[in-house]
Design a protein around this ligand. Structure first.
Ligand SMILES: CC(C)(COP(=O)(O)OP(=O)(O)OC[C@H]1O[C@@H](n2cnc3c(N)ncnc32)[C@H](O)[C@@H]1OP(=O)(O)O)[C@@H](O)C(=O)NCCC(=O)NCCS
Length: 223
């Protein structure tokens, strides 16, 4: 499928481009990104960002393994974050979501709006019926984003992920397609998936050019 552009109110989710590499490299220096994403190299060099943009984000559309988007301000075009789905060929109809936001864009509802928009699009365009979320235990911001987006937190996978040589516990959650028969009896059972919604402070999105930026490499697909 050719990579689409998803319009989501104050946000635009667009495919990555070559000229995003320096920004990805800058955000990936963020200690919060390195602490929460085991697949982000530390130290993180430009070649890692080149690999992410070319071989993960762009190649993923080509081989059908990933659907990766850069989250930008709809009006300003400012780069705000990354959100993507790892599509599971072994379990058709399912995918794992991952995201990180530029430090200067956090705390404004950007991740939540992007997750909602991506999931709505993926349930339709990719015909998914389940999207899974993982985060290392203790990543409360990521968990809150998942919860606000309608994910049901299902539990803790003990010692299920290797993070820089250490096995760590992982929270797992899932979001079902709104019309899935599996919704019946589900404690989450939202009537419908929340829309993109509005941001906490739509007028205060990060200005272009002033941002750091993370990129992840393939590996354990954690968000
Ligand atoms: C997780 C992340 C993507 C959230 O992005 P964001 O745009 O700030 O998310 P939102 O503004 O939509 O929502 C964040 C929510 O988390 C809450 N939150 C943030 N830090 C928190 C903390 N330490 N403890 C509890 N809640 C926290 C916020 O209050 C907000 O919830 P609220 O709206 O109920 O107040 C961002 O913090 C990030 O990029 N972190 C580093 C990378 C990462 O951890 N990625 C996820 C890996 S699983």
């Amino acid at each position: 499928m050719p990579p689409p552009v998803i319009e989501a109110g104050p946000l635009t989710l667009r495919p990555f481009r070559e000229d995003d590499i320096d920004w990805v490299c800058a955000v990936s220096q963020d200690p919060a990104v390195q602490a929460n994403l085991p697949q982000v190299f530390a130290p993180y060099r430009r070649e890692h960002a080149e690999f992410f943009v070319r071989q993960v984000a762009l190649a993923g559309w080509g081989d059908g393994s990933r659907a990766e988007f850069l989250v930008a301000g709809a009006d300003s075009g400012a780069r705000l974050g990354r959100i993507g789905l790892g599509l599971r060929s072994q379990v058709p109809g399912t995918a794992e979501i991952g995201y990180w936001m530029d430090r200067s864009a956090r705390g404004q509802g950007v991740a939540t709006a992007a997750v909602r928009a991506l999931c709505r699009w993926a349930f339709g365009a990719l015909d998914l019926d389940l999207i899974e979320w993982h985060a290392e235990v203790g990543n409360l911001a990521s968990r809150r984003v998942a919860e606000k987006s309608g994910f049901l937190i299902e539990g803790t996978l003990r010692r299920r992920l290797i993070h820089r040589g250490h096995r760590v516990d992982v929270w797992v959650g899932s979001l079902l397609r709104p019309d899935s028969p599996l919704q019946a009896g589900s404690p989450a059972a939202p009537e419908s998936l929340p829309g993109p919604g509005s941001l906490a402070a739509p007028g205060s999105l990060a200005a272009p050019g002033s941002l750091p930026g993370p990129g992840s490499l393939p590996g354990p697909e954690s968000s």
